[in-house]
Ligand binder design. Structure first.
Ligand code: GLC
Length: 456
């Protein structure tokens, strides 16, 4: 792209680079070597696959977790969902068993979403589950059930709060005056400092009352006019507190501290697949993409854009092939269960993962110099030195591996451990450095067949 620099542009660039250097000075409490950070993140880099769960009183209307915003619902009208929240079939043990069967190694649950409703018995607001007809805390049983299945615990916590009386109105707030002058006047009665303290108080509860928390997903910043960013949250103060309470926790990048090296652990591309491993200031960065089954995060009864099992399996493979993690979301119903559409997807993932999780756990992008065969995606386990070729379209008898000559010593189908014979070169349609795998004519009866190559 060609750009002409105006004076304003130059001043802006100077200002930006000043800001970047000034702000990247690492505070003492955040100092950590690259090796220490890699160690802290090692479980996450290994596990690759987690379950996101969006659940709250928005499951009652069942038309998007942003319904308060989308339909501009007043606090008084939103109250009916609070008064009808009674998930009588809630059994977190069932959820945890499904997550484990699908191969998900960690879970991230919305403890509070943008509507401000809290799933635990917090001391700092009445807008919580224990005051609904359900009456009981949802979070402690959740944490216990998932831990019992060997699944690590993550909390999603919304920085945004459309219920709190001190959260200033802004460009995405569903309520409050639309006239800028009137909004300004209304905001004068809202005390941001008190809201900042509320964030700290609630995070203190979440990070001290539920044992070890492995991931924290703070959501989200929208700096700029009428928005909110790290100054509004006191992002630095929050992170300092978080690290003090849970020193080994992993924190996402939505506090608006992306300009620093210390204010985030991983990137969070949402609802799209990056073309390649995302980089920050020229370095490959840890990333976790969060994705939905059907488009919305909360339960949406009438949504008909569900991804197929095949699409989801491919999404998982593609994420790992680019060095990332996949956090795949379920939106439980107002009765407290996963609906049949979600169960069908989870069962499909479970069937595939049962035989193929070796191509996911501990895997990452292949080393430079390996080119994927046609219609295939590859992952690589650097510890066992094996490459996994995921065959998206089953070819007729021969799979040509470009330039693979002398690069591996043995090949097998992963789902049944059966040998795949191979030869180099001479085939008329192949180069001398290529290897030709001899595949069975019949495509294995699994969602995506995988070939495991043992490198030299
Ligand atoms: C967005 C949305 C939200 C969802 C989240 C998941 O920021 O506001 O509804 O919880 O993404 O990443």
């Amino acid at each position: 792209m060609k750009r002409t620099l105006t004076l304003a542009g130059i001043l802006m660039l100077l200002g930006m680079s000043w800001a970047a250097t000034a702000q990247t000075d690492t505070p003492d409490w955040a100092k950590e070597t690259k090796e220490q950070k890699e160690k802290r993140m090692a479980w996450w880099t290994h596990d690759r696959f987690g379950m996101f769960i969006h659940w709250g009183i928005y499951a009652v209307p069942g038309r998007h977790e942003w319904i308060k915003h989308n339909e501009r619902i007043s606090d008084a009208d939103y109250r009916k969902y609070f008064e009808h929240f009674d998930p009588d079939m809630y059994n977190p043990g069932e959820w945890a068993a499904k997550a484990r069967a699908a191969g998900m190694k960690y879970v991230v649950l919305t403890t509070k979403h943008h509507d401000g409703f809290c799933l635990w018995d917090t001391r700092h607001t009445d807008f919580k589950v224990t005051n609904t007809p359900y009456k009981k805390d949802l979070l402690k049983p959740f944490v216990d059930a998932f831990r019992a299945e060997g699944i690590r615990i993550g909390f999603y916590y919304s920085l945004i709060d459309w219920h709190h009386p001190d959260f200033p109105y802004d460009r995405i707030h569903p309520n409050g005056p639309s006239d800028p002058q009137e909004r300004k006047a209304a905001n004068e009665k809202r005390d941001l400092k008190k809201y900042q303290q509320y964030l700290k108080d609630q995070l203190t509860e979440l990070l001290t009352q539920f044992g070890k928390i492995d991931e924290l997903f703070l959501d989200f910043s929208y700096p700029g006019e009428n928005g909110k960013g790290h100054q509004d949250w006191d992002g630095e103060g929050l992170l300092k507190l978080i690290r003090k309470l849970q020193p080994s926790i992993l924190v996402d990048n939505r506090l608006d501290l992306d300009h620093t090296d210390w204010g985030w652990d991983f990137l969070t591309p949402e609802q799209f697949m990056p073309a390649e491993w995302p980089t920050v200031r020229g370095q490959r960065a840890p990333w976790e993409t969060c994705q939905t089954f059907s488009g919305s995060w909360g339960y949406y009864r009438d949504e008909y854009s569900w991804k197929s099992v095949h699409q989801l399996v491919v999404m998982l493979i593609e994420t790992v092939s680019k060095g990332g993690n996949l956090l795949l979301n379920v939106g439980p119903t107002a009765r407290g269960v996963f609906d049949d559409r979600a169960n069908e997807r989870l069962d499909g993932l479970a069937a595939w993962m049962k035989f193929h999780n070796r191509s996911i756990y501990g895997c990452t992008q292949v080393p430079d110099g390996f080119t994927a065969p046609q219609n295939c995606m590859m992952t690589y386990n650097p510890d066992t030195k094996r490459i996994y070729i995921h065959v998206l379209e089953w070819p007729f008898k021969s799979l040509h591996l470009p330039g693979f000559k002398d690069k591996f010593k043995y090949a097998q189908l992963l789902h049944d451990g059966s040998e795949i014979r191979f030869r180099t070169g001479s085939h008329e349609s192949s180069g001398a450095n290529d290897v030709i795998l001899s595949l069975p004519v019949e495509r294995p009866n699994v969602e995506v067949p995988v070939i495991e190559l043992f490198l030299e």
